[in-house]
Write a protein that binds this ligand. Sequence first.
Ligand SMILES: Cc1cc2nc3c(=O)[nH]c(=O)nc-3n(C[C@H](O)[C@H](O)[C@H](O)COP(=O)(O)O)c2cc1C
Length: 112
Amino acid sequence: MRIYDHAWFVQAPMIICACEIPNKAWIRRDDKNYTDVDVAISIDHLILAATGLGLGTCWIVTFDPIATREVLKLPNFGEPVAFTPLGYASDQVCQKRRKVLTEIVKHEHWSD
Ligand SMILES: Cc1cc2nc3c(=O)[nH]c(=O)nc-3n(C[C@H](O)[C@H](O)[C@H](O)COP(=O)(O)O)c2cc1C
């Protein structure tokens, strides 16, 4: 609860914390470090695979990073990026609201 103050967070049988090690990441020529992207891909694949198996997950980034470091005894070189609980959901999935593609896809150039 110190990490993320919601009762449902600690009800799942498993809670995964995805961490990055920035000084081991791939870095582009202009010095852009891709560690956030790599970890996001990893956790997103985990979430997709879990969903495919009928398991429930939830991206969580509004956790307390200081409490996370203390509770999980993270080394200084590691950085927590996101959590997800993992388990069979107790609720039904509610109706999804999605933006239409024309709101988020630009063709040829960025247009309003
Ligand atoms: C980057 C990111 C961070 C999020 N952080 C939180 C969070 O801290 N707490 C939370 O309850 N939901 C958070 N969410 C939202 C839930 O995970 C949300 O239910 C989920 O993205 C819905 O996905 P779906 O509609 O594709 O199933 C976050 C989502 C994203 C993409």
